[in-house]
Design a protein around this ligand. Structure first.
Ligand code: AMP
Length: 453
């Protein structure tokens, strides 16, 4: 998963992009980059690490210009390479061009092989680079036409920002897998993966970019055109379950409220389960637990202190330090746990390792029993559209029954939310509108999809 942010028509564009990326940091912590447009040139800067560590005052000063796009990349094993940091930047027959991508192209391996056979030399291993090679080979009358001609060759998920001197183009794939919203701030237009970043820079969200839509901003004016008829909308339901920040609006509703509603649904499905307190695994579990408490009458209580400074890349240099990782990240609050029967909510169960560790730590702290509640159905199949889920074999629900999973994680009970309740709580109508391939193994786009990276 990644995050993208774009700003037009503001002389502080790269500073606003920095604030936007900083707000979207939860979507990726491996690398970050900004490309600024000074009207005639594009100036790129990207590095490995967190937004706040990369962009010093000097770096931001060097990114002068009236427009900028930025990208943050999600850390997945083996792909930690500065070559894959985005926005990608090219000087080609198309002129200077920068590209930022959130998504995953399911036909990337085939397209890349075809392009390489015909002479393309790739700078990175990122699937995102493919669109630029396609564009260099199949040109249209204008840059927009060139992009519109080539996007239909891509399969899978993509929200893209393209920038050239004087122009910015935003597109969202025909299924709308990944989010992308349009906002305004004074004279400037903003594009963002999530509305929370538009709020933080002081802007106003106008609307989502529609599936199959291309939005072009040039000389302060915004235009919209379609590059594809929209396929049935299948937005990723995991955005609301886990990825999006609670203060973002997704599918017309603040994510915190959606998660409260999901918690209430869980409470209804688990009517027979008694407990002294209900709690959530921080951070995402908290909103679910509050919703559960409201619907069930079981009081909410925080049972873990989360250390916000460990980050995702907590270095584990030796066995002695490694042993402290779990307690360091989530420390049980002993006094509220001892002797209690607890319903504990987490957003998802993937390999089961997190639940196993935290239930053991609650039991060590004196919990009488722990009933685990998961705010989504069992994950039985990988994601091909950009969420970092492991292979099918590593997914615990792929080969263990719920009863055996319960025993493995050491819980006294285990309940998964039903898919119907999840879709209803996320705002799905009769046409449903969500991709739930990870819960069902049924994928809406790209037949015979293979993991592209
Ligand atoms: P696991 O320990 O493998 O069962 O993973 C479940 C935990 O990982 C839950 O606490 C989730 O909040 C978190 N999680 C779920 N999906 C992802 C993801 N794509 N990337 C990182 N963490 C995730």
């Amino acid at each position: 998963m990644c995050g993208i942010f774009g700003v037009t028509d503001d002389r502080n564009a790269s500073r606003l992009a920095f604030i936007g990326l900083f707000t979207l940091q939860h979507r990726g912590q491996e690398s970050a980059g900004i490309v600024a447009d000074d009207g005639s040139r594009l100036v790129p800067y990207s590095a490995m690490g967190l937004v706040n560590e990369i962009f010093s005052k000097d770096v931001l000063d060097s990114l002068a210009g009236h427009a900028a796009i930025g990208h943050i990349r999600y850390s997945t094993a083996g792909s930690s390479d500065i070559k894959n940091a985005q926005p990608l930047f090219f000087n080609s027959a198309l002129g200077p061009l920068a590209v930022a991508h959130n998504g995953n192209l399911t036909n990337a391996a085939r397209l890349r092989a075809d392009l390489q056979r015909s002479g393309a030399i790739f700078q990175s291993t990122a699937d995102s680079e493919i669109i630029v090679h396609l564009m260099a080979r199949r040109r249209g009358r204008t840059l927009e036409d060139t992009i519109a001609r080539n996007l239909p060759l891509l399969e899978g998920s993509y929200s893209f920002l393209f920038m050239t001197p004087g122009g910015m183009i935003a597109v969202r794939d025909p299924n709308g897998f990944r989010p992308l919203v349009l906002g305004r701030l004074g004279r400037s237009h903003l594009f963002s993966s999530e509305t929370c970043a538009i709020d933080v820079v002081g802007g106003k969200t106008i609307r989502e970019i529609e599936p199959g839509e291309m939005v072009v901003v040039r000389k302060g004016a915004v235009r919209s055109r379609r590059f594809s008829r929209p396929a049935p909308l299948t937005r990723c339901i995991f955005e609301q379950v886990y990825f999006a920040r609670p203060d973002s609006v997704v599918a017309g509703r603040t994510v915190q409220l959606t998660r409260n509603e999901i918690g209430a649904m869980l409470a209804r499905e688990m009517k027979g389960v008694k407990a002294d307190i209900v709690s959530g695994v921080p951070d995402s579990g908290t909103a679910y637990a509050l919703g559960f408490a409201g619907a069930s009458g079981i009081p909410y209580q925080a049972v873990f202190m989360r250390n916000h400074y460990t980050g995702r890349s907590f270095i584990q240099p030796d066995q002695t330090l490694r042993e402290f990782t779990a307690q360091l990240k989530l420390a049980p609050i002993g006094g509220v746990i001892e002797g209690k029967s607890i319903i504990l909510i987490d957003d998802s169960l993937v390999r089961g390792t997190t639940s196993r560790k935290i239930i053991a730590s609650l039991k060590r702290a004196g919990a009488r029993n722990v009933h685990m509640a998961i705010a989504s159905p069992a994950i039985v199949s990988p994601c091909y559209y950009g969420i970092d889920t492991p292979t099918k074999e590593e997914l615990i629900a792929n080969d263990l029954t719920p009863e055996r999973i319960r025993a493995y994680i050491g819980a006294d009970g285990l309940h998964y939310l039903s898919l119907g309740s999840l879709i209803t709580a996320c705002g799905g109508g009769t046409d449903r509108g969500f991709c739930s391939g990870c819960f069902t193994g049924r994928y809406p786009a790209g037949r015979n999809v293979k993991r592209a990276k």
